[in-house]
Write a protein that binds this ligand. Sequence first.
Ligand SMILES: Nc1nc2c(ncn2[C@@H]2O[C@H](COP(=O)(O)OP(=O)(O)OP(=O)(O)O)[C@@H](O)[C@H]2O)c(=O)[nH]1
Ligand SMILES: [Mg+2]
Length: 254
Amino acid sequence: MFIVFVIGMAGSGKSMLTSAFCEWLKMSKQNVITVNLDPGAFKLPYTPDIDVRDYVRVENIMEKYNLGPNGALIMAADLIADEVERLSEEIEDLNPDMVLIDTPGQMELFAFRASGPYMVHELAPKEPKALVYLFDCAFSSNPLNYISNLFLSAAVYNRFFVPQVHVLSKCDLIPEEEVNRIVDWSAKPRALEEAIEEKLNGIKRLLGRNMMRAIYQLGLRFLLIPISAKTNEGLINLNMALERSLAGGDKYTY
Ligand SMILES: Nc1nc2c(ncn2[C@@H]2O[C@H](COP(=O)(O)OP(=O)(O)OP(=O)(O)O)[C@@H](O)[C@H]2O)c(=O)[nH]1
Ligand SMILES: [Mg+2]
C-alpha cells in the first residue's frame, strides 16, 4: 500500500486533483481510495471513502466552543490528530493499493502545526509515503512569485521529510508556452536566472536573485510536472513520478 498526501496553498486544486487522479487511476484498474483530511471542507468534488468530518467537523466546534471560523479551523487541525488510529484502521480495513489524501484547505494549519507531521507519520505508519505539492499556475507565472512558492515547498519538505513530487496545477488556465516557461525555470536554474534579470527590477531583482541562490544551495530539486485536473493532462507523468519515488519504478499493484 502507498500513501500520497496532496498539499498546497488554499485553492491550489488539492481536492480537484484528488478527485481526478483517483478516477484516472481507477480507469487503469488500480485499487485506490480517497481520504478527506479537511475538517472544514464544505463541498468536495468526490465522495471520499474515508472522511475526517465523520469525527471532527468545524461547524460543530464553532458551536460547542463558541469560536469563530478561524479559531475553529485551528482547533480542528489539532483535533484530527486524535483520530489517527481510527483513520488508520479504516484504511487497513479497506486495504487498497493506493491511498490519496486530500489535506486541509489552509496549508499552514496542516504543515506548520504539530498535528500535520504527526498525521503524516502516524497514519498507516508502516506504509511508504509521498507528498504531492501543488504550485498553482496562477501564482507561478511571475518569477518572484514562483521563487516564493519554491520557498514554501522547501519549508513543507523540512516539516515532513518524505519524498515530495511537485506539480504545476490548473495548467489548462494559461497558454502552453507559459506552462513551458515555468517548467523550464524548474528544470534549469539558468532559465530562472534569466527571467529574474529580464522581468524584475531594483529590489525585486536583488531579492529574486538571492532567494533563488539560497534555494539552490539547499540542494533540493523542484522539477515541476504540469497537470490539469480538468483535462487530465499530465496525470500519466504524475503517476510515473510517484511510482519512481514510492516503489522505485515498480507499479503500485503487482
Ligand atoms: N481550470 C481548472 N480549474 C481548477 C483545476 N483544479 C482546480 N480548479 C478550480 O480551482 C478552485 C479550487 O479547487 P479545489 O480543488 O477546491 O482546491 P483546494 O486546494 O482543494 O481548495 P481548498 O481546499 O479550499 O484550499 C475550484 O474552483 C476548482 O474548480 C484545474 O485543473 N483546472
Ligand atoms: Mg480542498
